[in-house]
Design a protein around this ligand. Structure first.
Ligand SMILES: NC(=O)c1ccc[n+]([C@@H]2O[C@H](COP(=O)([O-])OP(=O)(O)OC[C@H]3O[C@@H](n4cnc5c(N)ncnc54)[C@H](OP(=O)(O)O)[C@@H]3O)[C@@H](O)[C@H]2O)c1
Length: 236
């Protein structure tokens, strides 16, 4: 296993259910933390708890992403590990979806990760090393009724990352996609028109443990993907 001690780890969406747990685990592993989220109060509280540097950031804003990347790169040569755990879920029948639902889902789940790659990948390519972890989720490769727009964003993310990986073959920049099933986080609090039993979901801590595990895999190879799903989360 690769040690995380003193690694420069950027967690995008650290204010989320999974992100916060990842931040705590990275702190315990003595990583050098850079944290982003939109909720400044929550972000600052987490930064204080973990000793990380906080950057309020909406990843849909290309200029804001570039500005944060500039600030971070003024401090360090490159981010060793970029973990993108930002994203949003709109899950409802196609007939109920609005154009606004489409735009903001694609903006957060696909355009945002594109902005992050544009801003952070060049320094990794220059250094010829780095790890980028994203969470396309199982809905990034398996369809589900009610998930048309969400799946569109996550299938898109999956395709983009897999294609970029092909362009990185001559470097040691690694891209890992984690396909999670239902995780019990605030993600499911709103706008989800589906009957699931959240008690049967994976916990945020278990999901974060998978991320933490992936970040410690030997650099001689790449874990291209990993899937972690609950056994069953249908409501009875
Ligand atoms: N929960 C699940 O069942 C599940 C399953 C598979 C994959 N995933 C994926 O895992 C990731 C994290 O989900 P979660 O369950 O931890 O959700 P969550 O608790 O709702 O957290 C979402 C995070 O994304 C951030 N975010 C949302 N839109 C953003 C934007 N435009 N710019 C910057 N940050 C933004 C939020 O920031 P603020 O709170 O600061 O606004 C928050 O930190 C998402 O990509 C999701 O698609 C989740």
């Amino acid at each position: 296993m690769e040690s995380l001690q003193n690694k420069n780890v950027l967690i995008v969406g650290a204010t989320g259910g999974i992100g916060e747990e990842v931040a705590k685990m990275m702190k315990n592993s003595k990583a050098n933390l850079f944290l982003t989220g939109r909720d400044t109060a929550k972000l600052n509280a987490l930064a204080e708890k973990t000793g990380g540097k906080a950057y309020t950031l909406d990843i849909t804003d290309e200029q804001a992403v570039n500005a944060v990347a500039e600030k971070i790169h003024a401090d360090i040569e490159q981010v060793d590990i970029l973990i993108n755990v930002a994203g949003l879920g709109v899950v409802k029948p196609f007939d109920d979806l609005t154009y606004e639902d489409f735009d903001r889902t694609i903006a957060a789940n696909l355009r945002g990760p594109f902005n992050l790659l544009k801003a952070f990948l060049p320094a990794m390519k220059k250094a010829k090393k780095g790890l980028i972890v994203n969470l396309p989720g199982v809905l990034g490769k398996t369809p589900m009724a009610g998930a048309s727009v969400y799946a569109a964003s996550k299938y898109g993310l999956n395709g983009m990352l897999k294609s970029v990986r092909e362009e990185l073959r001559r470097t040691e920049v690694r891209i890992t996609n984690l396909y999670l099933g239902g995780v019990d986080t605030p993600f499911w609090d709103e706008e989800i028109d589906i009957r699931f039993d959240r008690k049967k979901f994976i916990t945020a801590k278990e999901a974060a443990t998978a991320v933490w595990f992936l970040c410690q895999q030997p650099r001689s190879g790449v874990v291209s993907e990993m899937a972690l799903q609950p056994f069953n989360h249908q409501a009875i």
